[in-house]
Write a protein of this length. Structure first.
Length: 177
């Protein structure tokens, strides 16, 4: 995925970049998200999300099990000094790392946290597990994506006891066994 501001890339540059995206075989990268390799290749143009300060907003990832949000991941500084923190939905910080360092100071809850949790639970109501990605951008909640296997299901935590902790709320449906 590449992002570009209109002032930074002309039409011809954008077309060239998009052609490059169409030649990539997705799903074979570091996360091995095989399902993306099964998708027809297309280009989707999305709104460039920016806060009032011009920065890319924090990315909030809600881990929803059987319609209930259990964990929230916050990624900040995506295109700079990236940090990552994990919380319970009531904003109690979890003492774990998924790779990037924790933010310092610890991130405050987003202004629309309750609305975001409710929306994530509605979006995940019909499935046994889904991660719902949302943004809180200047007074509005914006949808990012849904994924059933974040990082290809292969993103270990430190300490590794949280691998089990993140699996505990999931009752694996019989049809998967």
């Amino acid at each position: 995925m590449t992002s570009s501001r209109p002032a930074a890339a002309g039409r011809e540059d954008v077309i060239r970049i998009a052609h490059g995206w169409l030649t990539q075989l997705y799903g074979q990268g570091p996360n091995r998200e095989w399902v993306y390799g099964q998708m027809p290749r297309r280009v989707i143009i999305e709104e460039m999300l920016q806060g009032a300060d011009g920065a890319v907003p924090d990315d909030y990832k809600f881990f929803v099990y059987h319609g209930r949000c259990v964990f929230v991941q916050v990624d900040s500084g995506r295109f700079g000094r990236r940090t990552q923190d994990f919380f319970h939905p009531d904003w109690r910080h979890l003492p774990l790392s998924g790779g990037p360092p924790w933010a310092d100071p610890e991130p405050a809850p987003p202004p629309h946290l309750a609305e975001m949790v409710t929306l994530a639970e509605k979006l995940g109501a019909e499935t046994d597990f889904v991660r719902v990605d949302l943004y809180d951008v200047d007074g509005r909640v914006v949808f990012g994506e849904l994924t059933s296997f974040p990082a290809g299901g292969d993103s270990p935590f430190d300490p590794d006891s949280f691998d089990e902790e993140f699996g505990r709320p999931w009752t694996v449906p019989r049809r998967y066994r």
